[in-house]
Design a binder for this molecule. Structure first.
Ligand code: 3PG
Length: 395
């Protein structure tokens, strides 16, 4: 059900799960307010209809304990300026005073609740915490696609206890993903980068049964190369996951998916801007004191060939150490090619994940892709066909 299915809500209290997990600088300023802006259509719609709005979100991973470094207080300030109105901040929303504080809010008021992950019960989906959330409100709205892959109290537990609806940002996100993937465009290519296989193991396995090409880059590729007995020197890798990497390669080779690993790489002895030790090496030829820091030109050229013959691109994760020049080279080359092919109409391109979106923003190409998701893990799981518990509970 969407906001259009809500009846009369004037004076009612809406508990809206947003994802305000945003970068906050040492000065308390929000680094990227995309996720805050994404929630405005839902908040404005509920305000116009006279509801009181309680916003619920996590920030970072404070491990179930209050921690000032992960407080949402600075986010409430930024949100006030985006909304052009006061945003109340409720630090304690489970204690005896919480009900009273909420009852003092008036129709159209917006309040942000302190970080849900200050409570251990959030991640364990503790029924007591979910009831404490539900007791504050009359109905629940999930507007946090990017947190919907987590089965937590604020995404699943509370949704079982209150009448629940999809917010506008969630509806838009799912609509965009469905229309991009729904037509079965083939050949399909997933480009997966980033540092860790461990966080994407399940997704890689699923994707390798779904797409025609799986291109692996970033530090994640190093684990695959090491598993294939290639020398990776001092490169970042998860040695304990070499077996998992081999399993993925094997299952892909039995199906229709072709896995593409780097053939050549940019290496250096230190990760500093333009290191003197920078050179291009074949993957058989990385020295013991070198680190793989980006894809090499041969691999980039091959990746672009695959993209040119693809109809659908799913992209998550940078392909090199893109924050340190010149190791953004392959990530930017691929962003540029994806943007150009999308503009020409030959490619439908989907991208998601904090670093990928940052790289796209830096190169000014975000608007050229078919859809840039607000989600990272949630985006990947959705495109891999894994059911998201926060969405399942709404249906
Ligand atoms: C994200 O940034 O992808 C979401 O907010 C989820 O955060 P998490 O990985 O800490 O659950």
């Amino acid at each position: 059900q969407t906001l259009d299915d809500l009846g009369e809500i004037a004076g009612q209290i809406a508990l809206v799960r947003v994802d305000f997990n945003v970068p906050i600088g040492n000065d308390g300023a929000v680094g990227d307010d995309t996720r805050l802006r994404a929630s405005l259509p839902t908040v404005m719609a509920l305000r116009r209809r006279g509801a009181v709005i309680l916003l619920l979100s996590h920030l970072g991973r404070p491990k179930g304990k209050p921690n000032a470094a992960f407080s949402l207080a600075p986010v409430a300030k930024t949100y006030s300026s985006l909304l052009g109105d006061e945003v109340h901040f409720l630090e304690d929303w489970t204690g005896p005073g919480a009900q009273r504080a909420v009852s003092e809010l008036e129709a159209g008021d917006v309040a942000l609740l302190e970080n849900t992950r200050f409570y251990a019960g959030e991640e364990s989906n503790d029924p007591e915490l979910a009831s404490a959330m539900a007791d504050l409100a009359d109905f629940y709205v999930n507007d946090a696609f990017s947190a919907s892959h987590r089965a937590h109290a604020s995404t699943v537990g509370v949704a079982r206890l209150l009448p629940s609806y999809m917010g506008r940002a969630l509806e838009d996100e799912i609509g965009a993903l469905q229309s991009a993937t729904g037509l079965g465009r083939r050949p399909s290519t997933a480009i997966i980068g980033g540092a860790k296989i461990s966080s994407k193991l399940n997704v890689l396995e699923q994707l390798s049964t779904k797409v025609d090409n799986l291109i692996i880059g970033g530090a994640m590729a190093n684990t695959f190369l090491a598993a294939l007995n290639k020398p990776i020197g001092r490169s970042l890798a998860e040695r304990n996951l070499e077996d998992a990497a081999l399993r993925i390669l094997k299952s892909a080779s039995q199906g229709k998916c072709q896995i593409h690993l780097p053939q050549d790489v940019m290496v250096g002895r230190e990760l500093t801007p333009h290191p003197l030790s920078l050179r291009t090496a074949l993957v058989e030829d990385v020295a013991a004191d070198e680190m793989i820091l980006d894809l090499g030109p041969l691999t980039v050229a091959k990746t672009l060939d695959v993209l040119r013959s693809s109809q659908l691109l799913i992209w998550n994760g940078p392909l090199g150490a893109f924050e340190t020049p010149p190791f953004e080279t392959s990530t930017f080359a691929i962003a540029q090619a994806a943007a150009e092919l999308t503009r020409k109409g030959s490619l439908t391109s989907l991208a998601g994940g904090g670093d990928t979106v940052a790289a796209l923003n830096n190169s000014g190409l975000t608007a050229d892709l078919t859809h840039v998701s607000t989600g990272g893990g949630a985006f990947l799981e959705w495109v891999a066909g894994i059911a998201l518990p926060g969405l399942q509970v709404l249906t």
